[in-house]
Design a protein around this ligand. Structure first.
Ligand SMILES: [Zn+2]
Length: 251
C-alpha cells in the first residue's frame, strides 16, 4: 500500500470515499487508490483528510460516502455549512456509528454537559448532522466500505470508531482519537481526557486497540499524532511507544 502525498486536485470520480479524521495539515492529506486495495473500482480513493476540507481541491460533488470516526467538531465540522444548513458534500452519505447521532441529539445528555461542551460538541454535532438527515448510513461494526472494516472503539464518544483498511497483506488502522497526547497516553494508556464521554471505557478501549496494533504490527494513523502522522506501536515496560514512520519526500 502506498500513500503518495496529495498534489493538486482530487481526481473527480463518483466513487470517492472520504474519511474525516481530524485536523491533519494539508501536507498530511493522503490518498489511497482503491485499486491498491484490490478492488475493482480503479477510480476510487480512500482519502484521509482534514475535518475542514480545503475547498479548492475537495471533490465535493464527487464524494459518495463520508466515513467519520466520531462527531467531535475537529473531525466533523467540515461536513455542513452551519450558516446555511447546506451539505458541503452534496451527493455523499454520512457513514457513522449508530450510537453517535442519538447521543448528540439527546437533550438529557446535553443538559448534563458543561456550557462549553453543549456549545462545542452537542450544538456543533447537531448542525453538522442535520443536513444529512436523509443521507446517513449507520453501522455497528464490520465492513462499511469495500476493504474497510469498522472497529467500535467506544468511550471517547459513544460511537467512536476506528477503521481498518486492508490491502493484500498490508493493513492500516485509522484509529481516530485513541490518543490525544501520544507520548503520555501510549506510555500510560489509563490517562484520559476531560472531554471523553466515558473515561473508563475510553481507557479500556485504548488498551485493547494498543494490544491489537502491537500484536498485529499494524501501521496506524489518526488525529493528534505528530508529523508525519503515520506510525507503529511497540510494547515498552507496562505501556507502549510510538515509532513514527519515516517521511519520504516526493520530488
Ligand atoms: Zn474527539
Amino acid at each position: 500500500m502506498t500513500f503518495p502525498p496529495a498534489e493538486g486536485p482530487v481526481r473527480a470520480s463518483n466513487d470517492i470515499e472520504i474519511f474525516g479524521l481530524g485536523l491533519l495539515p494539508a501536507s498530511h492529506i493522503k490518498e489511497v487508490p482503491m485499486s491498491a486495495l484490490g478492488q475493482k473500482q480503479t477510480s476510487a480513493y480512500v482519502r484521509v483528510t482534514s475535518a475542514l476540507p480545503p475547498k479548492a481541491d475537495i471533490a465535493e460533488k464527487s464524494a459518495r460516502d463520508y466515513g467519520i470516526a466520531h462527531m467531535h467538531p475537529d473531525h466533523s465540522a467540515g461536513l455542513s455549512d452551519p450558516a446555511s444548513g447546506r451539505r458541503y458534500f452534496s451527493n455523499a452519505e454520512l457513514v457513522v456509528h449508530e450510537n453517535e447521532p442519538p447521543h448528540w441529539f439527546d437533550d438529557a445528555a446535553m443538559a448534563r454537559a458543561s456550557e462549553r461542551q453543549q456549545r462545542l460538541y452537542f450544538m456543533c454535532a447537531r448542525e453538522q448532522i442535520k443536513p444529512y438527515k436523509d443521507r446517513t448510513r449507520l453501522f455497528q461494526k464490520g465492513e462499511v466500505f469495500p476493504g474497510v472494516t469498522a472497529i467500535p472503539c467506544h468511550g471517547h464518544t459513544p460511537g467512536h470508531t476506528s477503521f481498518l483498511i486492508s490491502s493484500g497483506n498490508e493493513q492500516l488502522l485509522i484509529w481516530g482519537d485513541t490518543v490525544h497526547v501520544p507520548e503520555i497516553q501510549t506510555a500510560r494508556p489509563e490517562v484520559c481526557m476531560e472531554f471523553d464521554t466515558d473515561p473508563d471505557a475510553a481507557a479500556v478501549t485504548r488498551r485493547r486497540v494498543f494490544d491489537m496494533v502491537a500484536t498485529d504490527r499494524l501501521a496506524i494513523t489518526g488525529m493528534h499524532l505528530h508529523f508525519p502522522g503515520f506510525a507503529h506501536l511497540v510494547r515498552r515496560g507496562s505501556g507502549y511507544q510510538l515509532i513514527p514512520e519515516a517521511w519520504e519526500q516526493t520530488l
